[in-house]
Write a protein that binds this ligand. Structure first.
Ligand SMILES: [Zn+2]
Length: 470
């Protein structure tokens, strides 16, 4: 295995980086951000680029297809027969659709302008999640060249992830006979706490959002005339929010939005806090004297992975500051985004949120909550001992440090789908979205050295899986 990393690094430089450079140039925005994705054809360009590359770097016995279900984004699907193992299947997941441009890119950088600087490949979609298909193929190529056995592998690369993977269930259904029942799922679309070791994602938070609307008048009136007689719609909205969230602490009050945190996850949060230190909060662009929500680092890890948290992400009924008069406005609408613990069922939580906000409206005001998205999070099943030790060993070999486990604060709908579909599977959910890699924001980059080492870890994991299953 001593040749694994040098060989993979060379393959990355010669074959993968040029393909990713080409991929970054394609504005393959997810359907949610490009309503005309069909006529624009960028998703098709991205999937064709990846398919061409895979055919140019074939794996022994592979069957590769771009699968297209009517009216849906395409899927790149590959089956690679096993060379060992006990006939088990490993599913490797990634996606090719991208987030939109966003503003704030540094001079010289841009979403569709690939730039390599200090070992980082800048541009939209390289890290989230264009690298995944190349990483999977490179790991398998390494195994086949070194004659290291692997089980049967299926690689599924979708083009709808940034739109909530709404096309994925149909493909899981349509491809079910070809996928089989995976014993191990490797998801290459997550984060890493640092670039110094391998990170496994143990959980994802869920998300529910919607619009809270408070109406008090049929039209705006002079606030000098009306205030004291007519309650402000903003005050009523504040009171409604206070039922959900304590304004002084950010604590979400109702038990329906909380989950018991398993003991193992508490221990892993302590460990992650020790390893990451202040970087847990320093990675955010705080202003001035602003401090994080808790002085204890492990509490911050748990806050962002296992606790419900509310953000108000938009408003209506409020004019911009420069054109606000002394008016008692007819109403206020606030967009609420509530992150949920991994194990809280989102649809039920949305119903509960509506009940709390709409119950007994103060002074008979019209208070409504229209739920929008409701996505349940994901909690990994208990990690099997062989998987834990295989990842630790790989991380020691390629990084010189043990593997780490941590929850992620975001929501990835496909994980809930895969978790529900393959309840008996083991999971390695990992990725290259480390500090400052800024997927979804400006200056997104792929940390190339980390991606190479991660590829080597994936190769070793597949070897360990085959050895165990054999
Ligand atoms: Zn992604």
């Amino acid at each position: 295995m001593t040749k694994t990393l040098p060989r993979l690094s060379q393959f990355w430089e010669e074959a993968i980086v040029p393909a990713l450079v080409e991929y970054i140039r394609i504005p393959a925005k997810s359907p949610h951000f490009d309503r005309d994705w069909r006529s624009n054809g960028y998703l098709e360009d991205a999937v064709q680029l990846a398919a061409r590359w895979c055919r140019a770097h074939p794996l022994a016995g592979m069957a590769l297809d771009v699968v297209r279900l009517e009216g849906r984004t395409p899927v790149l699907f590959a089956e690679i027969p096993g060379t060992g193992g006990s006939g088990e299947t490993v599913l490797v997941y990634g996606h090719l659709d991208k987030q939109p441009e966003m503003t704030g890119w540094r001079a010289g950088l841009g979403p569709w302008t690939p730039v390599i600087e200090d070992g980082r490949l800048y541009g939209r979609g390289g890290a989230d999640d264009g690298y995944a298909v190349f990483c999977a193929f490179a790991a398998l190529r390494e195994l086949q060249e070194a004659r290291r056995p692997h089980a049967r592998i299926v690689v599924l690369i979708e083009c709808c992830e940034e739109s909530g993977s709404t096309d994925l269930p149909a493909y899981l259904e349509a491809l079910a006979p070809r996928i089989g029942t995976p014993a191990l799922v490797v998801g290459l679309d997550s984060g890493c706490g640092n670039y110094a070791q391998l990170w496994g994602t143990t959980s994802l938070r869920g998300l529910l959002n919607g619009v809270l609307t408070v109406e008090v008048l049929s039209e705006g009136v002079h606030s000098g005339d009306a205030s004291g007689v007519v309650a402000s719609s903003f005050r009523i909205a504040r009171a409604a929010l206070e039922r959900v969230e304590a304004a002084d602490s950010g604590l979400i009050k109702d038990a329906a939005f909380h989950a018991a945190i398993p003991g193992e996850r508490l221990r892993q949060a302590q460990l992650a806090a020790q390893v990451l230190g202040d970087e847990i909060w320093r990675k955010f662009p705080f202003t001035g004297e602003m401090r994080p929500m808790h002085p204890d680092l492990a509490e911050l890890v748990l806050n962002r992975t296992w606790r419900p948290m509310l953000a108000v992400t938009g408003a209506e009924g409020l004019p911009p500051a420069s054109s606000a008069g002394n008016v008692l406005r007819p109403g206020t609408a606030l967009v609420l985004s509530l992150r949920l613990p991994p194990t809280v069922e989102a649809t039920r939580a949305a119903q509960r949120l509506k009940e709390i906000l709409e119950a007994d409206p103060p002074l008979g005001a019209r208070v409504r909550f229209e739920a929008g998205q409701a996505a349940t999070g994901w909690h990994a099943p208990q990690t099997a001992a062989w998987l834990e030790s295989a990842l630790d060993a790989a991380s020691m070999i390629y990084f010189g440090k043990p593997a780490m486990w941590m929850g992620e604060g975001g929501t990835i709908p496909f994980m809930a789908m895969l978790g529900a579909k393959y309840p008996a599977a083991q999971f390695l959910i990992t990725g290259v979205l480390g500090p400052h890699s800024n997927a979804h924001g400006p200056n997104e980059f792929l940390h190339l050295d980390y991606a190479k080492r991660l590829t080597a870890c994936v190769a070793d994991l597949l070897t360990a899986h085959a050895a165990r299953a054999g």
